[in-house]
Ligand binder design. Sequence first.
Ligand code: FMN
Length: 247
Amino acid sequence: MIYYFSGTGNSKWVAEKIAEKTGDTLVNVAGYINNNEVSITVRKEETAGFVFPVYAWAVPDFFMKFIRSIKIEEGAFCFAVCTCGDEAGLSMKKLAKEINLNSAYSIRMPNSYIIGYDVDTAQDTAKKIDAAKIKLEALSEDVMSRKAVWDVFEGSNAFLKSSVASVMFNKFGKNTKPFSVDGTCISCGLCERICPTHNINLKEGMPVWGDDCLMCLACINRCPEKSIQYGNSTRNKGRYYFKEQEG
Ligand SMILES: Cc1cc2nc3c(=O)[nH]c(=O)nc-3n(C[C@H](O)[C@H](O)[C@H](O)COP(=O)(O)O)c2cc1C
């Protein structure tokens, strides 16, 4: 089984690529968010993969909660793959404190955090995806042969980022008040349909955000009219979600 979460498609694509090779079944962890009755056991002869995006140099809170809630028998082979714009920080080391992690990888993918940075250029996007394809081939082979590998790019000042910045993000970074929609909204309802926590509801045709937000930024990045903003920080920036590259 490969358990994954993805806001803007990078981690979903990564999970699918691995599963294509290994024949594993994919399970979208979005279905388990806010579900306290998770009864999953990974048996000792099984392999379990965990694929997720890095949020503020850490494993997203809800994903960590999901991992903590499943039972993993001793002897099972567990691997984790995080996707990140650049740096994974100490996310994998923190995950390895929770479960017996045999292998860990980070994969650089296009940036989705448009509140902080702009999207990658088309050239950088293509480069990252090409490099990821090569890495995923080798990674899938490793998984199939149950080879233990630790291939994680933590980046600079990882300790500081994965402690202070991560705590700040979880405390203050998930505020939905700055989300707004402008007059170009066509009331298509895509944001409402794709929100993994069902936190968006259309009222008189316009999206309204509740408080249960993961900050995956699927809504803002996928809006076909670019009608959604987050304060002033997204106004002159691009939008990103994973699309298969041509050629
Ligand atoms: C809230 C948030 C925080 C992020 N923090 C980081 C980070 O600390 N380091 C990093 O390299 N990328 C960071 N990113 C970028 C994503 O990790 C990256 O684009 C990832 O591949 C998105 O995966 P997805 O498309 O499956 O949602 C962040 C993105 C979001 C939305």
